[in-house]
Design a binder for this molecule. Structure first.
Ligand SMILES: *[C@@H]1O[C@H](CO)[C@@H](O)[C@H](O)[C@H]1NC(C)=O
Ligand SMILES: *[C@@H]1O[C@H](CO)[C@@H](O)[C@H](O)[C@H]1NC(C)=O
Ligand SMILES: *[C@@H]1O[C@H](CO)[C@@H](O)[C@H](O)[C@H]1NC(C)=O
Ligand SMILES: *[C@@H]1O[C@H](CO)[C@@H](O)[C@H](O)[C@H]1NC(C)=O
Ligand SMILES: *[C@@H]1O[C@H](CO)[C@@H](O)[C@H](O)[C@H]1NC(C)=O
Length: 478
């Protein structure tokens, strides 16, 4: 224990009060789940773990009212499908009024950033948002400026790392340039951000470098030593640094090598692929967290970088178009239980995060293949049906439930559907193939879950009413 910490221990009534944390560490709070934890429960969980920054994917009023008074800094967001409407300045002003300035009062929400779109230039979107993102960005920042909060609230665009690259002939970070098709657009965006002292946000996924590329040198995805790639005398031993510095070079090439960069998403999934598992996630975070705590930065950008982990909680309703791992990015399970040891102080003490408190579960009952079922000819169609409406991604190759036999597969699918349907008795039938049991048939790494009980929506009401009232008072007495 070093001296400064020792002094703090004396000063703050015991060491447990003083928890060292990665400076400015944030997390992404996505809500694409069939059963969401109540926002108040999540905010308490953030506080219990000393997490002081959160990035959202919308500006949901229940989420924001739960964050009111918490002092947690917030990035709200405009989803891609709302970008087109923000090309109207009047609409952008309404958005800012409703979703930013409304919360700007003593005891309100500390909104720091507005994310304009989410990876809008992803190649997979076929250019759908190319024409609307920049006008939306301009309108939102101008609206923030006009209403007088532009100094403290910055609009940014979270881009995927596919907006830049280095040539195949010279694949080193220093050769980084913006993707040819959007080079002019990115340059305009960067110039606008610079003019407003706003950061550019980039999502970097070493896991995705590995996913679908069996030739990728696996050690390079982590931070614990790999054969270096040498670029202008700089040794790169991990793809995170190389990727980030490719962007720094792309910015330098358009005259903005000093632009502030934030990492909007970085993390490792725990299921749904052969490389998505607890051991790899632990290896990744045990490399990442000490670097963040030490403000290591990257070779071209040593020092503090604002970083948001992806993600906070598993989301069982996320699209799996990119891959089955999409539903397993959480550092917490669907129910707010930590999945693996993760030390936010960056000291890799083998300890778990603080779990969500007072979580209500459905009763301890599961839906399984009826052992007495004799006509199994309709099993396939019923499993397909269950897996269309529930999350079966843990059954796939390399996943936590892949070693189940055919009967286990059926039970797993039936149970996931039954839980998604809040254990409605009618949802555990499957043409007579299924039955309810109170026996926990989880086995090995495969967990047959019990879903959380839907939170009574009335519990959300009062805090929103209180928020609106306090906003009114703040307005009257300002
Ligand atoms: C505020 O944000 C919410 C949630 O993202 C969105 O549905 C709503 O349209 C926004 N309000 C305005 C006035 O644009
Ligand atoms: C993009 O184009 C591909 C190929 O034409 C198509 O399969 C895909 O659905 C398109 N995606 C979007 C988001 O439009
Ligand atoms: C974007 O604008 C260009 C030029 O005006 C046009 O050709 C293109 O179709 C537009 N793209 C979309 C997705 O609207
Ligand atoms: C169980 O389901 C998974 C995913 O659909 C499949 O890969 C596996 O082969 C199945 N196992 C058996 C024994 O049918
Ligand atoms: C079911 O059993 C598994 C493995 O033994 C355990 O991890 C899990 O907590 C149990 N589930 C419930 C709801 O008790």
């Amino acid at each position: 224990m070093n001296f400064s910490k020792w002094v703090l221990c004396l000063g703050l009534l015991g060491c447990s009060v003083f928890v060292a944390h990665v400076e400015g560490l944030g997390v992404n709070w996505g809500t694409m789940a069939t059963h969401e934890l109540p926002p108040g429960t999540v905010v308490q969980m953030l506080k219990d773990n000393g997490i002081k920054k959160v990035k959202l994917f919308d500006a949901d009023q229940y989420t924001l009212s739960a964050l009111a008074g918490s002092n947690i800094e917030v990035m709200v967001a405009i989803p891609n499908d709302q970008l087109a409407s923000m090309t109207s300045y009047e609409r952008a002003k309404q958005w800012v009024q409703r979703n930013v300035t409304r919360y700007n009062f003593n005891g309100g929400v500390s909104i720091k950033y507005v994310a304009v779109g989410n990876e809008p230039f992803l190649s997979a979107y076929n250019g759908s948002f190319l024409n609307v993102t920049f006008p939306a960005l301009q309108n939102i920042q101008n609206a923030l400026n006009e209403v007088g909060v532009g100094d403290t609230v910055k609009a940014t665009v979270p881009v995927n790392a596919d907006v830049y690259n280095s040539p195949v002939s010279n694949p080193v970070p220093s050769a980084g340039r913006f993707r040819t098709d959007i080079s002019d657009l990115m340059t305009q965006i960067v110039e606008f951000l610079a003019k407003n002292s706003a950061p550019l946000t980039v999502n970097i996924y070493p896991f995705l470098s590995l996913y679908g590329n069996d030739n990728f040198p696996i050690d390079y995805a982590f931070f614990d030593g790999a054969t270096p790639v040498v670029d202008n005398g700089i040794q790169y031993t991990n793809v995170f640094d190389a990727n980030f510095d490719t962007l720094v070079s792309a910015l330098k090439a358009v005259g903005h090598g000093d632009m502030t960069l934030m990492v909007g998403e970085v993390g490792w999934p725990t299921d749904g692929d052969k490389n998505a598992n607890i051991a790899s996630a632990v290896r990744f975070y045990n490399g990442l967290m000490p670097r963040l705590a030490a403000n290591t930065g990257t070779p071209l950008r040593p020092g503090y970088i604002e970083v948001y982990l992806f993600g906070l909680i598993d989301e069982d309703a996320k699209s799996i178009a990119p891959g089955s791992f999409e539903r397993h990015w959480g550092i917490f399970r669907y129910d707010g239980q930590p999945k693996f040891p993760l030390d936010l102080s960056g000291q890799n003490q083998n300890k778990f995060l603080v779990a969500a408190k007072n979580v209500n579960y459905l009763p301890q009952q599961w839906c399984v293949l009826n052992p007495k079922a004799n006509d199994l000819s309709k099993l396939g169609t019923n499993i397909n049906y269950a897996c269309t409406f529930a999350d079966c991604t843990s059954l796939g190759y390399g996943s936590s439930c892949n070693s189940l036999d055919a009967n286990g597969n059926a039970s797993y699918a039936f149970n996931m559907y039954y839980q998604v349907q809040n254990q409605n008795p009618l949802s555990c039938n499957f043409e007579g193939l299924a039955t309810v049991t109170t026996q926990n048939i989880s086995q090995g790494t495969c967990n047959f879950i019990i879903q959380i009980a839907a939170s009574p929506s009335s519990s959300l009401g009062p805090s929103l009413v209180a928020l609106v009232l306090s906003a009114v008072f703040a307005f009257l007495f300002q």
